[in-house]
Ligand binder design. Structure first.
Ligand code: GDG
Length: 448
């Protein structure tokens, strides 16, 4: 097998390179035990504008992976990352055209940065390489590389949803973006719906390209082990003691409007109102690390959630009981796994989500003799394979409230039966099978 070249907006920070913390890094490490790999992307650093900005590539080799990164200027970061990727493509792909803040200037910067990535990557390429590009920041990168004469197989994977074409067309350059996707030999999406939507776009535009489904997963064995091993950690013990045997609900989401958090808080509020027997007992821990804090919608969401958590705690709380424990900073991964294991129920209620790995992590972390209940949105990419969860419509706070009551009063037999149905898929579709299947498809494209 030739060398794999991975391109994503961000590459793991130096401190995460020896011990990859999760996701893509873990999947690639497992899939690439033997081969070598180049991982190219933005360093995460912004530098001041200089005349004729031409960033240097900085290289760092850790085991079989060479990390190659470039800095972006403030203007590139703003136009490419904040505005076009996260202020336009992200809301649109999550079916929220109304939140799109479109400006043609940002589109130009987006394409310039994609062209810059192509130019900086080109001299690093070797004969026999396969290139795997990730996510919406880099839709046109394949075409930009082809424009420079690259003939290697190039694949693209979209981690987030792809909406129906009638909605995607709200993007002024939607047709052009899809035409550029012809540069890819393999296009991967998370779900059948996403692939169908993109293929509809291709066929309506008379474009020759095909999207296929490569669902992403986690590393369930190591996650399960982490969850169990972590139980003796003093911080996990501290959480356990603070619960004093009371029912415990967990939610873990980046602070993002796609995750359905205001609706979820409202659902919890209705639950406390409608089922007073849980008052003074149940504890709901919501871990919501702040992300993209400079994008206005995210700042507004944070204010809304601060207010809702304050209102719920103020209204229902007591001097010895806090209904919501709401954190806006991250919790270390080793603790999080064991927190899931202690939780009687998990709330995973995105309005739209490419996959949602938290749902899979929660299932993997459970004690099979006494598993907790997953409450899952119909609109997570994970939903079609996890219908044994308590499925909810995340827009319907009453539905969430009733599901919470049902989860906390569910007979043991039903809880175990539901988990028994969920478990096999979490172990069948993993980060490793995802990366392996995609890389195999790309390898075949080379031979075709
Ligand atoms: C995108 C797509 C798709 C969260 N808080 C903490 C923490 N996390 C970890 C979770 C999980 C990861 O972050 C989040 O993954 P998700 O899949 O849930 O969501 P996105 O970040 O939106 O990811 C998504 C994914 O890409 C992969 O293709 O599934 O649909 O939107 O692993 O555990 N980890 C730690 N502390 C936290 O406070 N350590």
């Amino acid at each position: 097998m030739g060398r794999l070249v991975v391109v994503s907006n961000r590459v793991p920070a130096p401190r995460d390179r020896l011990q990859p913390a999760g996701g893509l890094a873990v999947a690639l490490r497992a899939a690439l035990k033997e081969g070598s790999c180049l991982w190219f992307g933005w360093s995460g650093q912004q530098v001041s504008e200089k005349e004729g900005h031409d960033p240097e590539v900085s290289l760092d080799k850790v085991e079989n992976v060479t990390y190659a990164t470039i800095d972006l200027t403030h203007a590139e970061y703003d136009g490419f990352y904040q505005k076009y990727s996260n202020g336009i493509l992200w809301p649109l792909c999550h079916y929220r055209a109304g939140l799109m803040d479109y400006d043609r200037k940002d589109q130009v910067i987006y394409h310039n940065v994609n062209a810059l990535f192509a130019r900086k990557l080109l001299p690093l390429l070797q004969p026999g390489d396969m290139i795997w590009i990730h996510d919406y920041h880099l839709f046109p990168l394949g075409q930009a590389l082809r424009d420079l004469g690259v003939t290697a197989p190039i694949g693209f994977f979209l981690h987030i949803p792809f909406p129906p074409w009638s909605l995607m067309r709200a993007l002024p350059e939607a047709d052009a973006l899809l035409r550029a996707m012809q540069a890819y030999d393999v296009i991967g999406l998370q779900t059948e719906d996403d692939a169908r939507n993109m293929n509809d776009g291709f066929s309506l535009g008379g474009v020759k390209a095909k999207a296929e489904v490569f669902p992403i997963g986690i590393d369930p064995d190591s996650f399960a082990k982490q969850a169990e091993d972590g139980l003796s950690n003093p911080d996990v013990q501290r959480l356990k003691e603070s619960l004093r045997g009371k029912p415990f609900i967990i939610g873990v989401d980046r602070l993002d409007y796609s995750k359905g958090l205001p609706e979820r808080f409202k659902g919890y509020e209705i639950f406390l109102e409608r089922y007073p027997e849980h008052r003074g007992k149940v504890v709901y821990l919501q871990v919501t690390p702040v992300s993209r804090g400079n994008v206005p919608e995210y700042r507004a969401l944070r204010r809304e959630l601060d207010e809702a958590a304050g209102r719920i705690n103020g209204t229902y709380g007591d001097f010895d009981w806090t209904p919501i424990r709401y954190l806006t900073h991250p919790v270390p991964r080793a603790l999080l796994a064991s927190f899931y294991r202690l939780a009687d129920a998990a709330l995973v209620t995105p309005l739209r989500d490419g996959m949602n790995l938290v749902a899979k992590e929660y299932v993997a972390a459970q004690d099979k003799a006494n598993p907790g209940v997953l409450i899952l949105s119909h609109f997570a990419g994970a939903a079609p394979d996890m219908e044994a969860a308590l499925m909810v419509n995340p827009h319907d706070a009453d539905d969430i409230a009733d599901a919470l009551h049902k989860a906390l009063t569910m007979p043991d037999g039903e809880r175990r039966a539901r988990w028994d149905h969920l478990e096999p898929d979490v172990w069948r579709v993993t980060a490793v099978t995802w990366a392996r299947d995609f890389i195999q498809a790309l390898g075949k494209a080379r031979l075709a």
